[in-house]
Design a protein around this ligand. Structure first.
Ligand SMILES: [Zn+2]
Length: 353
């Protein structure tokens, strides 16, 4: 039994078209409403903006609900999805609004679910392009230089590292989303989803330390300058933590001993003291994978003179035991770390002036 070909096409093609058009609506609805607000050029203050509707709006009455991906105006009771929002602000039909949203090349949430990306632990791969962009957008300012200099670091030392400073996190978020889209930034770990919308991982007045390896930025660690910040150190949580200043290993391979420090500032301080140094982030962050990079080298461990330092030393001893590495330990005096040595030098220097 053969049906005429013409009939099959007549029946099938319109159905396929209908299905794909329905997909368009689904995709448009799944795009993050915050991304859509950004593309519409709306200014959100605490999740609120002025309504497109024809009613008094002295205080912004249109609320954006990021988690639900919906909006509601308490001035005129209109509400809906991103599609209705675009239709309202652009004064176009919902169908045209679907096309408008899809034309923005935004990433639908269902395809790149932000929450699932956040729950990826150490399985995400670093995005050197985004990290490089972040550093380019965030040059070290005078205040950051002054802060680092107050810790005893000289301009010569600072010039050896790739450093940056976050001044305006919301501008960083806006620029980042329009350059990369929200999904890749969340995946790179520098954008977090909160109840108040997408937020920069780094707050204002954070010094950025780029982890470079052979010209690629593999990680960025932030240090809050303000002591009342909710954290002192922060970095992308979904990525494994690489060695800081790992390019120093290339020189260690030529025979110089390599100093292994706890953290970024100790590594920079050791470098200022004329040592070839790399750092791990945290006393228990030295994994056998990282340790393998020291094979055949003479490693001088510089643990802080505290409980964390003891842990660091114990952990390093057990990991290097099974490797082809010569390990020597130079423990700092109680309560001291390498950065303290530099700070004291700086005080002495300033005292002389
Ligand atoms: Zn309204």
């Amino acid at each position: 039994m053969q049906r005429p070909a013409g009939n099959i096409i007549a029946k099938t093609v319109p159905r396929l078209l209908r299905i794909s058009r329905r997909d368009d609506w689904q995709l448009a609805k799944q795009v993050s409403i915050l991304d859509v607000c950004l593309r519409l050029g709306l200014t959100l203050r605490q999740g609120k903006t002025s309504c497109f509707g024809d009613h008094p709006d002295s205080t912004p009455s249109l609320h954006i609900y990021n988690k639900e991906n919906r909006w509601h105006c308490f001035g005129c009771s209109l509400h809906g999805s991103s599609i209705d929002l675009v239709a309202g602000f652009q004064r176009i039909s919902p169908s045209s609004a679907v096309n408008w949203i899809l034309g923005q090349s935004l990433i639908p949430r269902r395809v790149v679910p932000v929450r699932r990306l956040l729950s990826l632990k150490r399985s995400a791969s670093p995005n050197p392009d985004i990290f490089r962009w972040l550093m380019e957008q965030s040059p070290l300012e005078e205040t950051g230089r002054a802060y680092l200099s107050s810790r005893g670091f000289t301009p010569d030392t600072l010039a050896k590292f790739s450093l940056g400073q976050v001044v305006d996190p919301s501008r960083l978020v806006e620029g980042g989303i329009s350059r990369w889209g929200a999904g890749p930034l969340v995946e790179a770990g520098i954008l977090r989803e909160t109840t108040w919308g997408l937020k920069s991982l780094f707050v204002a007045e954070t010094i950025l330390f780029a982890f470079e390896r052979d010209g690629r930025v593999t990680y960025v660690q932030g240090r809050a300058m303000r002591d009342d910040a909710s954290y002192r150190w922060i970095g992308p949580a979904n990525l494994g933590k690489p060695l800081f200043n790992a390019d120093a290993l290339n020189l260690a391979r030529l025979g110089r001993p390599i100093h292994l420090c706890e953290g970024v500032t100790d590594t920079i301080a050791a470098t200022q003291l004329g040592k070839l140094a790399v750092g791990v982030l945290g006393a228990s962050s030295l994994t056998s994978e990282l340790a393998a990079q020291f094979d055949g080298m003479k490693v001088i461990l510089l643990p802080d003179g505290d409980r964390g330092g003891e842990l660091f030393e114990r952990n390093a001893r057990s990991i290097f035991l099974t490797r082809n590495t010569y390990l020597q330990v130079r423990r700092l005096p109680p309560g001291k770390d390498v950065a303290d040595l530099i700070r004291n030098q700086g005080k002495k220097r300033r005292g002389k002036v």
